[in-house]
Design a protein around this ligand. Structure first.
Ligand SMILES: [Zn+2]
Length: 167
């Protein structure tokens, strides 16, 4: 179902339709803020699960394709997911993480009315829409999962240690 490639110390699993990750993407896509026919219809995503991780502190991230990638690989955005972390969290947390990444997608409008796909940083509103619906437990859960996976030593020295994770 998924193609896997190794580059250096990392393994890249491109998610195909029907994979668990892709199913969650499809479920959350209509719920993201930019979704709608007038906004970013036809935006193309590639989703890649990376083992062991994107980095020890990055749960997932979204990258906008540059002009060449867009042209030759027919993709607008790449969502990279840290594999070990993804495999250690519940479906509920996976869904919110996916929604978070999708909420980075942003459309700016040109004078002629056509839309241009961009990315936005976190702002209060971006977090607020998720916090309103899902609270903050999912985020704490993610932090403690990544703490257990990658920061055992730090946690031994300080039981309250929580890594400063990014997504
Ligand atoms: Zn983010």
């Amino acid at each position: 179902m998924t193609k896997s490639r190794t580059i250096g110390t990392k393994e890249y699993e491109v998610q195909e339709e029907g994979s668990d990750v892709f199913n969650i993407f499809e479920e959350m896509y209509p719920k993201c803020e930019f979704y709608g026919p007038s906004k970013a219809e036809g935006a193309k995503f590639k989703i890649i699960k990376i083992y062991p991780n994107v980095s020890r502190t990055v749960a997932a991230r979204i990258v906008r394709a540059n002009a060449r990638l867009k042209l030759f690989a027919n993709v607008d955005y790449v969502i990279e997911i840290s594999g070990e972390t993804w495999d250690s969290i519940t479906d509920d947390v996976r869904k919110i993480l996916m929604l978070h990444e999708l909420n980075h997608v942003y459309v700016t409008y040109k004078k002629d009315g056509s839309g241009k796909l961009t990315l936005k940083d976190h702002d209060v509103q971006d977090f607020m829409s998720i916090i309103k619906e899902h609270g903050i437990d999912w985020f704490a859960n993610l932090g403690s999962t990544m703490g257990s996976l990658y920061f055992e030593k730090e946690k031994e020295d300080n039981p309250d240690f929580v890594p400063n994770i990014k997504l």
